[in-house]
Write a protein that binds this ligand. Sequence first.
Ligand SMILES: Cc1cc2nc3c(=O)[nH]c(=O)nc-3n(C[C@H](O)[C@H](O)[C@H](O)COP(=O)(O)O)c2cc1C
Ligand code: SF4
Length: 400
Amino acid sequence: MKDEMGFPTRREFLKAAAAASGAALILGIGCTSEDEQDSDVEGGDIQPFSPGTIGTLQLKNRLVRSATGECLALNGEFTDKYLETMTALATGGVGMIISGMTAPVQTDAVPLQLYAYDDQYINSLKKVKEAVSGAASDCKLVAQISHSGNLYVGETRTGPSNISWPGDVKPMRALSVEEIGAIVEDFAQAVRRFKEAGWDGVELHAAHGYLLSSFLSNYTNDRTDLYGGSVQNRVRILREIVERARVLVGSDFPILVKVNSTDSGDYVGEGFVGGIGQEVFLETAAEIAQMDIDALDVSGNSWMETASSDPESQSFFLKAAEALEIDVPVILTGGNRTVPRIEEILTNKKVDFIGLARPLIREPDLPNKWSAGETTGAKCISCNQCFYNIFAGLRCHQEP
Ligand SMILES: Cc1cc2nc3c(=O)[nH]c(=O)nc-3n(C[C@H](O)[C@H](O)[C@H](O)COP(=O)(O)O)c2cc1C
Ligand code: SF4
């Protein structure tokens, strides 16, 4: 693929450079072993336990713990239970952990979250990273940074426009341009704090109806200024965050972005259909992939669906992810449950990494089980009790 000027794309450039220098790992695309470099570049098989890279990060396998709100922090800092949860994931074999939402903006922070809105939290964040690395030095730790916006648990919600998601009766307030500028700066400073705390990267949460997701959506964003209207304008807040963060952390620190491939789903209102669909998603993803980011994590508002051992019920957003023609690695999150299905997806090479959330709440050691050859699918039955009871602290309610 070439860009409109005929130059090689970022992904092509990285691949060529990696092949030439034999340093695919460092350059952020391709795989870690000689075989894997060949296979990624030339077309061999990629399997769940093939190493891979995201930006400057070397991952030991293709399994990623998808961001899952732990609700186990206190006053913005980790607790013993938080560390227990994270280290269990690390020793359970996953290649990379993405934390649950952390708060970059004080007025949007929710109790029980990790806070990242002030330098005073850097020390606490540092200790989380040390604990995870101490438990498994080959497990990477990425922080999800999110502003709740349209889904804030407090009284007044804020968003791009005065438009709530269907079924939401709380008051909404549209943000001013000045407020958007302040949020951009807050996100970027939070990225810097995670870098200073030694974390391996960040994920900007632009999915599931939260603030950045609402800016991207043609349902909740009807602004007529620079932040609304065209897809280019709807992604502007995200672009500004990435650009400002790059000034603060440089080009090597991995920045991932999680997006909705569909806004439809029960999460924002029963039976809601509308907002981002396949066509707008592809256009939006193409815009985001042009930013200086390292991976796109594909999700959707219908993430609470049930996945079973039946391949047809799994990997909810596969079709959307496979339609992407972008130059950054793709993480597919939502409904991934069995090894054969995951192998098939990775073999098709449109998806580079597999996100797992609920399966790892029930079985944090699922990657180890699978790598030891266990053939059973995830034990998670998608009852969603962990989500409905999230403010009691993250755990599987099907386990004693
Ligand atoms: C209890 C719970 C908390 C979650 N918290 C977050 C979160 O903080 N950020 C996020 O992007 N997604 C969150 N999710 C969604 C997951 O990352 C994932 O997109 C979704 O669960 C679908 O994947 P799964 O089928 O592997 O569970 C959460 C899901 C659950 C069950
Ligand atoms: S509570 Fe239900 S959805 Fe959550 S991890 Fe357990 S089985 Fe899965």
